[in-house]
Write a protein that binds this ligand. Structure first.
Ligand code: HPA
Length: 278
């Protein structure tokens, strides 16, 4: 695939998906590291492996299944990405945004993104679920913006506003679900780094200083493309480990997947609660 995504590439993927499902999803849901099990509770879903969709970036790492699960959750037609590809796997930043373009062309107008993240805010502990209220994209600031290249005018403007990426209306609704479900409500700023190496303690002290509450290696490129495409977005970070600002502990991918087992049931409650209001 070229570095920049074209309308033809998007439409080829859309055609392939429409050949394989009759359903018309309205909500897209991306399930991150260790969080894919929610997709298993959809009854009579259509499955489409990423490798069967032209242009779709395929994830290569443990904890990411690599398929679309299309069906209904709380009577809302959803398209679930069970796993995602990351920039650090070698894809261009535009390719990471490709699935969002395809979702939009399929008629999806709401995107719910999830990720596993390190907790930088000292009040966060592993197992917490943070609602993302804003992000810092060090990658996009440094030039790796998924909208770089010819603007796809059919989706949105050359210079899209990013002042309200995470829908205040959806954040209000999800707050009510937290309270009703007796899950501790946390919200904060997510910072996206390229990865795959975890942060040094000095990196983390810097990230705290610039206002980040949670750190990870995904989500932001997808959200930038979704906002450019006019979608409404809600994001969750499952806090899988405490970011280590002083060298006292180490971080491993196994720890991230293990924490996913505590986070997944909470996320399921929250996402079901939200979808029930659609
Ligand atoms: N840093 C970056 N990405 C992550 C982390 C972390 O500590 N935990 C889960 N994803």
């Amino acid at each position: 695939m070229n570095d920049f995504i074209t309308m033809d590439q998007i439409n080829n993927a859309v055609k392939e998906i429409q050949n394989r499902t009759q359903r018309k999803p309205k909500v897209g849901l991306i399930l991150g590291s260790g969080l894919g099990d929610l997709a298993n509770s959809i009854s009579q879903p259509d499955f489409i492996d990423y490798k069967d969709i032209p242009g779709w970036p395929v994830s290569t790492i443990p904890g990411h299944k690599g398929r679309l699960v299309i069906g209904e959750l709380e009577s809302t037609p959803v398209l679930i990405m069970q796993g995602r590809a990351h920039y650090y796997e070698g894809y261009s930043i535009s390719e990471i945004g490709f699935p969002i373009r395809v979702m939009k062309q399929l008629g999806i107008d709401t995107l719910i993104v999830t990720n596993a993240a390190g907790g930088i805010n000292p009040e966060f502990k592993p197992g917490d679920v943070m609602v993302i209220n804003d992000h810092i994209s060090l990658m996009a600031m440094g030039g790796e913006n998924p909208l770089r290249g010819p603007n796809l005018e059919a989706f949105g403007p050359r210079f899209p506003d990013m002042s309200r990426c995470y829908s205040p209306e959806l954040i209000n609704r999800i707050k009510t679900v937290y309270v009703a479900s007796k899950i501790d409500f946390h919200s904060g700023v997510y910072v996206c780094l390229a990865g795959p190496s975890f942060e040094t303690p000095a990196d983390l002290r810097f990230l705290r200083l610039i206002g980040a509450d949670a750190v990870g290696m995904s989500t932001v490129p997808e959200v930038i493309v979704a906002i450019h495409s006019g979608m409404q977005v809600l994001g969750f970070s499952g806090i899988s480990n405490k970011a280590n600002l002083d060298s006292s502990t180490i971080t491993t991918h196994e720890e991230v997947l293990q924490a996913g087992k505590d986070i997944a049931p909470k996320l399921e409650t929250l996402i079901r609660g939200l979808l029930a209001t659609f």
